[in-house]
Design a protein. Structure first.
Length: 117
């Protein structure tokens, strides 16, 4: 199973980016997918998740600015990020979790987002 993230980059304050993550190699649908981020010098933190019943969860810091979405098969995960702020600067990781222990939880390689002030 592989998760391939893309879409990161450099943007000015107030700008937008759209991250994508493709999940491949699994024969089962994950029950939850999402995005985490790790700012410089800090621990990895939740950004947003979406479950297979479409229930979404967002960190308070991104509510109203970020939107998570996925295709029906949960093989592609998107994160639309609007009104980006310097504190959003981090490496963003996509995440998928399966109920089947053969797959468990998997992470993508990360994509860097840098927001200039």
């Amino acid at each position: 199973v592989q998760l391939q993230a893309s879409g990161g980059g450099f943007v000015q304050t107030g700008g937008s980016l759209r991250l994508s993550c493709v999940v491949s190699g699994a024969n089962l649908t994950p029950y939850i997918v999402g995005w985490f981020r790790q700012p410089p010098g800090r621990q990895r933190e939740l950004v947003a998740t979406v479950e297979n019943d479409a229930l979404t969860t967002y960190a308070d810091s991104v509510k109203g600015r970020f939107t998570i979405s996925r295709d029906n098969a949960m093989t592609t995960i998107f994160l639309q990020m609007n009104d980006l702020q310097p504190e959003d600067t981090a490496k963003y990781y996509c995440y998928s979790r399966w109920l089947d222990p053969e797959y468990g939880a998997r992470w993508g390689q990360g994509t860097q987002v840098t927001v200039s002030s």
